[in-house]
Design a protein around this ligand. Structure first.
Ligand SMILES: [Zn+2]
Length: 166
């Protein structure tokens, strides 16, 4: 992948999870009963997009950060302030994250903060397949009111200011 600029999320990449190379498109699989929408699945583990976000190689709008965890806005949200909470260390599956309880405590802290700021219920999703780096999605609101299209950097910056935690 070419390096990305500040407002540049690469073309021809996943519209849910930012990007990647060596991808295969997923879709609806009626036989298996799964809907995979417009997602891409990463097959190249050395090119983990979330590790690149942690390293600052791909820009993100950070809501919370400490030495072990990062919460950042999803650039393709279904609701305002949809975000992802990830461990900084690469681990494919949520349940393999060391100190899983600590990770979930942080997810709860971020989610309760988002609930307080938004005044809305907050949902969570644990998919586990779009990007092979453990992530828990926090989605404010009880209904999806956005289309999952790319949000402008200007809008995301405003949302970050409203929702940032510490
Ligand atoms: Zn990673």
């Amino acid at each position: 992948m070419a390096s990305l600029g500040a407002n540049d999320v690469a073309e021809n990449v996943c519209t849910t999870c930012y990007g990647g190379t060596s991808v295969v498109e997923a879709g609806f699989d009626g036989e298996k009963g799964g809907f995979f929408g417009h997602l891409w699945y990463y097959t190249d583990m050395s090119n983990c997009v979330f590790c690149k976000i942690v390293a600052g190689e791909i820009p993100s709008y950070k809501i919370y950060e400490d030495e072990k965890y990062l919460a950042f806005l999803d650039a393709f949200p279904k609701t305002t302030a949809q975000m992802l909470v990830i461990p900084k260390e690469h681990e494919e599956w949520v349940w393999d994250v060391p100190n899983l309880g600590e990770y979930y405590e942080l997810v709860g802290k971020v989610a309760r903060h988002v609930r307080e700021v938004s005044g809305e219920p907050v949902r969570q999703m644990v998919y586990g397949f779009q990007v092979p780096h453990a992530h828990i999605q926090i989605r404010p609101g009880s209904v999806d009111d956005l289309k999952g299209e790319k949000m402008s950097g200007e809008e995301m910056a405003k949302i970050r200011e409203k929702f940032r935690l510490a």
